[in-house]
Design a binder for this molecule. Structure first.
Ligand code: ADP
Ligand code: MG
Length: 451
């Protein structure tokens, strides 16, 4: 492909400027793979290999990019990043999504003002921990303002996918045109905008912006705690929208009953609709999330590494992603493949600090007590029904309660390979699925062992 020379030269100047600002290794890793496509007006389009590159560049180099843009092109220029998918190119830019652009000059739209294109229902992995919240979110996006889930209030700890889920509602509703206008805002931004509008005597502008949308997504409402005037403004916004049959979706980091300094009349509004929670992801969900992320970002991760990460990083999804990013950064900077040993080394600081979980001995002894099959027999070759069952149960519990990889579990149970281990886990899962009483017993057993 050939470009008009002047455009291409300007791009080269820009790249040269950047290379002076960024350490050599990093520059090579992150900027060499970028392909210049075109300049159209004040919009520069480039191609990057994956979402991961965009996230990384944006997080680490946006200020350098802004100033190099400004020096080379002048004010008001933006870069559009398109992600290459195989030989197809997926344009990740949407008119209402500002966040794939880095602009010269002072930052305008903040991230909060717009939807992150990655936060869709398709990218949201379901598990027992979040399937109800997801179902409610989907129902709301199919018929905003028309279900009984108004407002929809989703609460849960950090990094569990609240922002992702509520933005997915906006994404879906706009894509399927169940509404015309959606507005996503963090409570912090709502507060700042409100205070600014009071200072500048523009409260009417403020009100009409927030009251003219068909769908209002407000993230982290706990931020309103103790902010009386903002709460009042939000209360009026809420009422206006609600009465006009518009949809409200709110997220919180804890149940509404645990909010302090929040007006009772506002809290009582929350109960008009549906309040639902998101729990920390279980092991299967963590594995599925890692698999999806590694596919999205074109990272090759062997099953034992995925297993290692999912077993050891249990608290939330954001930490899981953080570990993945760290691994990828390490691999691309050093140019080495990610092996289990590399992963263990790179993530030492994240994983090493974790408290030790239940020991395999305790599990085997507990199972021995329950089934009458001693630990050494559990590890034997015997295929006798009771013995196989005790072994499967022990393996299932080890998988849930220890940091051990499938391979290691296999090694502890008479040198079995990892497919046999998976088969055992599957047997118990199926039995739990068929027999709810058995499932309850197993869950209680897990709780006992954990305490
Ligand atoms: P919260 O708002 O609850 O703190 P986020 O929505 O910001 O959490 O989620 C943190 C990260 O984890 C995001 O990158 C998000 O895409 C990802 N994530 C969380 N839950 C899921 C899920 N169920 N499936 C896929 N990705 C998820
Ligand atoms: Mg959030």
């Amino acid at each position: 492909m050939s470009y008009p020379a002047p455009q291409h030269n300007l791009w080269q100047t820009f790249i040269d400027k950047l290379s002076c600002d960024i350490p050599r290794e990093s520059f090579h890793t992150w900027f060499r793979p970028i392909r210049f496509i075109k300049i159209d007006g004040k919009e520069i389009t480039v191609q990057i290999p994956s979402q991961f590159y965009y996230d990384w560049i944006e997080e680490h180099y946006s200020s350098q990019i802004s100033s190099a843009l400004c020096e080379t092109f002048g004010d008001g220029f933006t870069i559009n990043y398109s992600i290459i998918l195989g030989d197809k190119m997926k344009n990740t830019l949407f008119p209402f999504r500002e966040d794939k652009k880095i602009s010269s000059g002072p930052p305008k739209a903040t991230r909060e003002a717009s939807l992150n294109p990655r936060y869709t229902f398709e990218n949201f992995i379901e598990g027992e921990c979040n399937n109800f919240a997801k179902a409610a979110a989907l129902a709301v996006s199919e018929a905003p303002g028309k279900t009984r889930f108004n407002p929809l209030v989703i609460y849960g700890g950090v990094g569990l996918g609240k922002t992702h889920l509520i933005q997915a509602i906006g994404d879906f509703a706009l894509k399927h045109q169940t509404i015309r206008k959606a507005l996503y805002v963090s409570s912090e931004k709502f507060t700042i905008d409100f205070i600014t509008s009071v200072k500048e005597n523009k409260t009417t502008d403020f009100s009409s912006l927030y009251r003219s949308t068909d769908l209002l997504l407000v993230d982290d409402v706990q931020f309103f705690e103790g902010k009386e005037r903002t709460q009042m403004e939000f209360f009026y916004t809420f009422n206006t929208l609600y009465q006009a049959g518009k949809q409200l979706v709110l997220s919180l980091d804890r149940p509404p009953s645990e909010l302090f300094d929040m007006e009772a009349r506002l809290l009582s509004r929350f109960k008009w609709g549906l309040i639902t929670d998101i729990q920390p992801p279980d092991l299967e969900t963590r594995v599925a999330i890692l698999q999806r992320r590694s596919e999205e970002d074109n990272i090759q991760l062997s099953p034992d590494i995925i297993d290692y990460l999912a077993k050891n990083i249990t608290s939330n999804v954001r930490e899981l992603e953080g570990a993945l990013i760290k691994l990828l950064a390490h691999a691309s900077i050093t140019g080495t493949d990610i092996t289990l040993a590399v992963a263990q080394k790179v993530l030492r600081d994240i994983i090493g600090r974790r408290p030790k979980k239940v020991s395999i001995e305790l599990i085997q002894e507990t199972v021995a007590r329950l089934t009458g099959v001693p630990p050494d027999i559990q590890c034997s070759d015997s295929r006798k029904k009771e013995i196989a069952y005790a072994r499967q149960l022990s393996i299932y519990l080890c998988n849930n309660l220890t940091n051990m990889t499938l391979k290691l579990i296999g090694a502890h149970f008479g040198n079995r390979d990892h497919t046999t281990v998976l088969h055992s886990i599957d047997k118990i899962k199926k039995a739990m699925f068929k027999d709810p009483e058995f499932a309850i017993k197993i869950r209680e057993l897990i709780k006992q062992l954990e305490s």
